[in-house]
Design a protein around this ligand. Structure first.
Ligand SMILES: [Zn+2]
Ligand SMILES: [Zn+2]
Length: 903
C-alpha cells in the first residue's frame, strides 16, 4: 500500500479518522480541494481550494494583534502548554548520539526514538510533553537565506504524547490544544485556520495526520501514529503516539508578518549585521521583493527564476534587483549558517571532511566566502555566534557555557580557510584561463572535495557566473548516507538455546568455572549454559583459555548467546571445567579502564568537543581515537598523560550499575554514549567516581589504582577531526619503558657514550657528518672546472651544431652531475649535458642545455622524453630539466633518443 492508497483508505472514512470533536463543536466543514482533491476542514464557507495553492497573505498584515519575536513566540508556547498540564522538556542535542543511522537530530520525535533490536521504540521522559527541539537539515542549502523561510537549523516545537500511558490523550484533545495555541496563544481568529487531511508512513508503523495552515503558511502537523504492521497485516498499536511538530520560526513569522521569517527569527542579529556592514534596508523595493519571493515560492520554481519574474513585475532591471538584494540575502544566509554551527559545536560536533562534520564545514566555508565576496572584512563569524548567544540564551541557557569553545573552533576554521586561500587563488586563475564556463556541478564538487574551493569563491573570482542551484544539496546528499553496520557472518544452529548466563558480569574476578555444554556446532563452536569468557565486543578483544582439554581461540556473542570457538574435542551434554587466561584478561581490563580515564583526561585538557570516536584494547596495548580539530602538540600529550596518571594515583573507585536507559540519559546526559549507541532498554553505566561516566559493556578494574601506570606511546591525526592515542597500561607500560631504556643504552654504547650524555654525543656525531659533507662539496667545486673542460672536448659534435654529452652513471650521485653539468654549459654554450644516475630501484634524469644549444632544443623537453622512455615522467625549463623512471633495460634507447632529438 502506497501513500496514495493509504490516503484514500483514511479519507473514505473521515468520521473514524479525521473528524475531531473540535470540528463538530466549532462547525468546521469538510471540503474537497478543487485542484488537488485533498480534503480539508474549514470555517470559511467560501474556501474552495486547500492552502497548498495559496500565496502567503500575512506579510505586512499579520492575522493577529500579538506580535511575537522568536524568543517570545517560544515563551507563549511554553506558557500555553504548561498551563495545559504538559511537561516542558529541555531540548536534546542536535548531534544525534542515540541513533546510529543519523548524524543530526532532524525532527523533534527523533528525541524519543530508540532502537531496540531491529525495532524503533518510543521512550518519553514525561507524558504529555513539549520540547523546543533545534533540528539540523542540509537538504535545501541553496534556498537558505534566499527564500525567506528555509533554514539549515530550525526549532521544531514537538508536542508528543503516548495516548495509552498515564496522562495520555488522543486526537480530540490534541487538536483542541493546537487550536487553542493558535487562537489563544498567538491570537489568530478561528476562521483563519484550515486543517488538511494527510497520512504518515514510517518503518513498521503508520497513521493519519492533520496539517494546519493560516493564510497559506503551514504552521504545524499533528501525526497520529495508530497502526503497526504493513498493508496486509496491521493492528492498532498498544502505545499510540501523537507526534505534533510545529515550526517556531513560523509561529513568530505569522504574528510579525515581516517580509522574510529571518527578519523576526534571528532577534537583533540581522539589524546588527546591517549596521556593521552599512547595508541600507530603507529601499521600499526590498520589502516588496522579499514579500513576493516568500509568498510565491512553491516547491517547483527556483528563487532565481522567481527573481526575473518579480523584476518584470515591479519593473526593475533584473541585474539591478540582484545587486540590491544580494547583501540582504548574504546577511540572512550567514546568520542562519552561524546559528546552526553554534548549536552543533555547542553539542560537541566539529567541522571536518568526514561524517556529519562535512556539512558543518560546507556551511562554514560558504558563510566565510560570502563575507569575503562582499568585502565584509570586519564581520567575524565568531562575533555573529556571540550575538546569537546573547539573544538565544533566554531560551537556551546552555549556549552560554559553550561561548568560548564555539569561538575557538570558529576562529580555527576561519584561519584554516584563510591560509588555504593562496592555493585556491592559483587554482582559480588557472581555471579562468583554461575552462571558463565549462565547469559542471560534478566538477565543482570535485574542486570542493580536493581543494576546499567553494563555488561562491569561484563566482567572486569570475570563474563561473553563479552558484548552480543544485550544488549544495548534491554535496550534502553525498555525505548524508551512512555506512551500514558490517554484521559478522552469523553462526547457524542456535535456535531454541536459552540465553547464556554471563558470569563475567556477575563476578568480574572469576577466572575458573564449571558449566554444561549445551551445543557443539561443526565440531568447533561451543555453547555453554554459563560462561566467564568475555566475548569480543565494544573494541575489547575476547578472552582465551581452556574448556576441558580444548583451547578457546575466539569468543563471540550472537544475540543472547556466547559462542566459544575451540581447538580440541568437546561433546554435547558434557559437564566441563573451564579456565580463563587470567594474565591476558587482567591486562585487557587495565587497558580498557585506561581508555575511560584517558578519554576524560583528553576532554578536560583539550576542550568539550572531545568525544571517543572509537577504541580498541588488547593485551599489549590500547588505542583511543578522539574527536579533536588538530594534531596534538607534545605538551598536550604530556598534559593528558599527567592528568590520567594523577587519577590512577588518586585511586578513584570504579562503580558499575545497571540503569533504565531513559533514567541514565536524564541523569548523566548523552555523554554516556562515548562508545556508541546501546541497543537495549537497560544500560550498564560505568562510573569512575569524580572523573568519567559512560555506558559500557566491557570489563573494568575495581579502582583506578589497579591500572598502575599509563603511558601514551604515540599520538597521530588519523583523519580530519580525529586523533589517535596509542597507549600502554599496567605491566605493559613498565615493559615498554624498559624496552626504551634498553634501546637508549644500545645507542649510547654505539656512540661510545653513556645514557646520560647520549644526546650530546649524538649531536657531535651529526656535526662531524655535516662537516664531512661540506668538505666533499668544496672538493667538488675545485675539480669541476677541469672535468667540465674535458667533457666539452669529449662531447659528440652533431651536424646541428650541438655538442652532445651523455652518460649513465652507477656510482656518482646527482649532486656531482648537477655541479659538473652547470659548469660544463657555462664553458661550452653549444653543449647538452645529459646524465642518467642510478638511484635505488630507479634512474634519475638530469639535463642541462647551454645558451646556444637551447635555441634548438630545450632541456625540459629532453628530460620529459627521456623520462617517458624510462617509464616515468619529467620536465623543466629551457636550461635545466629533470625527471626519472624505473625501466633500467631501456637506458641505451633513452640515450639514443636524446641524441636523435639534438641532431
Ligand atoms: Zn489542493
Ligand atoms: Zn568500559
Amino acid at each position: 500500500m502506497g501513500k496514495n492508497e493509504l490516503a484514500a483508505l483514511f479519507s473514505s472514512n473521515p468520521d473514524r479518522y479525521y473528524k475531531v470533536s473540535l470540528f463538530d463543536k466549532m462547525g468546521f466543514a469538510r471540503r474537497k480541494c478543487g485542484k488537488c482533491e485533498k480534503f480539508f476542514w474549514t470555517l470559511d464557507s467560501k474556501r474552495q481550494f486547500c492552502p497548498d495553492h495559496e500565496n502567503y497573505s500575512f506579510i505586512g498584515k499579520p492575522p493577529t494583534n500579538k506580535h511575537l519575536d522568536y524568543v517570545n513566540a517560544w515563551k507563549e508556547t511554553d506558557k500555553f502548554f504548561r498551563a495545559n498540564d504538559h511537561t516542558i522538556v529541555t531540548r536534546y542535542p542536535v548531534v544525534c548520539r542515540w541513533r546510529e543511522d543519523l548524524y543530526f537530530t532532524i525532527a523533534s520525535i527523533v528525541d524519543f526514538q530508540r532502537v531496540v533490536g531491529n525495532q524503533i521504540v518510543f521512550e518519553l521522559p514525561a507524558n504529555p510533553l513539549v520540547v523546543p527541539q533545534m533540528c539540523l537539515r542540509f537538504n535545501d542549502i541553496e534556498n537558505v537565506g534566499l527564500s525567506g523561510r528555509h533554514y539549515t537549523g530550525f526549532c521544531m516545537i514537538g508536542q508528543t504524547c503516548n495516548a495509552d500511558a498515564e496522562g495520555g490523550y488522543w486526537k480530540d484533545r490534541c487538536i483542541d490544544l493546537d487550536y487553542g495555541m493558535l487562537t489563544k496563544g498567538l491570537g489568530i481568529k478561528p476562521e483563519e485556520i484550515t486543517f488538511v487531511e494527510d497520512v504518515w508512513m514510517g518503518a513498521g508503523a503508520f497513521g493519519y495526520s492533520l496539517e494546519y495552515f493560516v493564510r497559506g503558511l503551514e504552521l504545524g502537523n499533528a501525526v497520529f501514529t495508530e497502526f503497526e504492521g504493513n498493508e496486509n497485516d496491521y493492528r492498532v498499536m498498544p502505545n499510540k503516539i501523537i507526534d505534533m511538530g510545529a515550526g517556531l520560526e513560523r509561529f513568530s513569522w505569522i504574528t510579525m508578518g515581516t517580509p522574510t521569517s529571518y527578519d523576526c527569527c534571528f532577534g537583533p542579529v540581522v539589524d546588527k549585521l546591517r549596521d556593521i556592514t552599512g547595508t541600507d534596508s530603507s529601499n521600499d523595493l526590498l520589502a516588496k521583493y522579499f514579500e513576493a519571493v516568500s509568498s510565491k515560492l512553491d516547491r517547483t520554481t527556483s528563487v532565481r527564476d522567481l527573481r526575473s519574474l518579480i523584476a518584470k513585475e515591479i519593473k526593475i532591471d533584473e541585474e539591478k534587483l540582484a545587486r540590491l538584494v544580494a547583501p540582504h540575502e548574504a546577511i540572512y544566509t550567514v546568520a542562519d549558517h552561524v546559528r546552526t554551527l553554534l548549536f552543533a559545536i555547542s553539542d560537541g560536533a566539529l567541522p571536518s571532511n568526514v561524517g556529519g562534520g562535512y556539512n558543518l564545514r560546507v556551511i562554514l566555508r560558504r558563510a566565510l566566502s560570502i563575507l569575503e565576496r562582499l568585502g565584509w572584512k570586519n564581520v567575524r563569524v565568531e562575533d555573529i555566534a556571540d550575538m546569537h548567544i546573547d539573544y538565544l540564551k533566554q531560551m537556551y541557557p546552555e549556549l552560554e557555557e559553550h561561548r568560548q569553545d564555539v569561538r575557538t573552533i570558529l576562529q580555527l576554521e576561519a584561519g584554516r580557510y584563510a591560509s588555504s586561500r593562496e592555493r585556491m587563488n592559483s587554482v582559480a586563475t588557472s581555471l579562468k584561463t583554461s575552462k571558463k564556463g565549462e565547469l559542471s556541478v560534478d566538477d565543482l564538487i570535485r574542486l570542493y572535495e580536493s581543494d576546499g574551493i567553494t563555488p561562491d569563491f569561484l563566482v567572486e573570482q569570475g570563474v563561473i557566473p553563479s552558484v548552480p542551484q543544485t550544488f549544495y544539496t548534491k554535496l550534502a546528499e553525498l555525505h548524508t548516507s551512512l555506512v551500514a553496520g558490517q554484521a559478522a557472518k552469523p553462526i547457524r544452529g542456535l535456535e531454541g538455546l536459552p540465553p547464556t548466563k554471563l558470569l563475567y558480569y556477575e563476578d568480574e574476578t572469576m577466572r575458573e568455572f564449571h558449566a554444561k555444554v549445551l551445543k557443539v556446532i561443526e565440531g568447533k563452536y561451543v555453547v555453554l549454559d554459563q560462561t566467564a569468557f568475555y566475548p569480543r565486543g565494544g573494541g575489547q578483544e575476547p578472552d582465551t583459555g581452556e574448556i576441558g582439554d580444548a583451547k578457546v581461540v575466539e569468543v563471540t556473542k550472537q544475540a543472547d548467546i556466547v559462542i566459544h570457538k575451540i581447538e580440541g574435542r568437546i561433546t554435547e551434554g558434557q559437564n566441563v571445567h573451564a579456565t580463563v587466561n587470567a594474565r591476558r584478561r587482567d591486562l585487557i581490563t587495565k587497558h580498557h579502564t585506561a581508555t575511560h580515564v584517558l578519554n576524560s583526561a583528553s576532554r578536560n585538557t583539550l576542550g568539550s568537543w572531545v568525544w571517543q570516536n572509537s577504541a580498541f584494547k588488547e593485551e599489549s596495548y590500547g588505542r583511543l581515537d578522539i574527536t579533536h580539530h588538530s594534531a596534538l602538540a607534545k605538551e598536550e600529550v604530556q598534559k593528558i598523560e599527567h592528568a590520567a596518571n594523577r587519577v590512577i594515583r588518586e585511586n578513584h573507585p570504579v562503580v558499575v550499575k545497571t540503569y533504565d536507559r531513559g533514567d541514565a540519559e536524564q541523569e548523566f546526559t548523552f555523554r554516556i554514549y562515548q562508545g556508541g549507541v546501546v541497543p537495549t532498554s537497560n544500560v550498564r553505566i560505568v562510573n569512575i567516581k569524580g572523573w568519567d561516566i559512560e555506558a559500557c559493556g566491557g570489563t573494568h578494574v575495581k579502582s583506578t589504582g589497579e591500572i598502575g601506570l599509563v603511558k601514551i606511546v604515540k599520538s597521530e591525526r588519523i583523519q580530519d577531526g580525529v586523533v589517535r592515542l596509542e597507549f600502554v597500561a599496567g605491566e605493559a607500560a613498565v615493559n615498554y619503558m624498559q624496552k626504551l631504556d634498553g634501546q637508549l643504552a644500545t645507542i649510547a654504547q654505539a656512540l661510545g657514550s653513556s645514557r646520560e650524555k647520549v644526546i650530546e654525543s649524538f649531536n657531535k656525531s651529526m656535526e662531524e657528518a655535516e662537516a664531512a659533507k661540506k668538505k666533499v662539496r668544496t672538493m667538488l667545486r675545485v675539480v669541476t672546472g677541469p672535468i667540465a673542460k674535458d667533457i666539452s672536448e669529449r662531447a659528440k659534435k652533431l651536424a646541428s651544431g650541438i655538442h652532445m654529452y651523455s652518460t649513465y652513471d652507477e656510482e656518482l650521485e646527482e649532486d656531482y652531475h648537477i655541479a659538473v653539468g652547470e659548469k660544463a654549459i657555462e664553458l661550452d654554450k653549444h653543449l647538452i649535458y645529459l646524465a642518467l644516475v642510478s638511484k635505488g630501484e630507479g634512474i634519475r634524469v638530469i639535463v642541462f642545455a647551454g645558451e646556444a644549444a637551447r635555441k634548438k632544443v630545450k632541456a625540459g623537453v629532453i628530460a620529459k622524453q627521456v623520462s617517458a622512455k624510462l617509464g616515468g615522467s619529467g620536465g623543466g625549463d629551457d636550461r635545466f630539466g629533470q625527471g626519472g623512471g624505473r625501466s633500467k633495460d631501456r637506458i641505451k634507447e633513452a640515450l639514443l633518443l636524446a641524441e636523435e632529438a639534438a641532431k
